[in-house]
Design a protein around this ligand. Structure first.
Ligand code: ZN
Length: 60
């Protein structure tokens, strides 16, 4: 698993990897923002604690 995109499984080292996490630790690592946003949508991670990890969170 290490080095693989959480969403698509590609080698993140071949790209400009994004690693995101919350208070409990790492949520995932992604090739790029496209994979990150796709993963968010598929997992509905935007609900609740988005401001904990999102690179462009709009904390309210
Ligand atoms: Zn990916």
């Amino acid at each position: 698993m290490e080095g693989e995109c959480t969403y698509c499984g590609s080698d993140v080292a071949a790209h400009d990897p994004l690693v995101v996490g919350d208070a409990d630790g790492t949520v995932g690592q992604f090739c790029n923002y496209a994979c990150l946003s796709a993963h968010i949508e598929s997992e509905e991670l935007v609900v609740g604690d988005a401001c904990e990890w999102s690179p462009d969170a709009d904390c309210r």
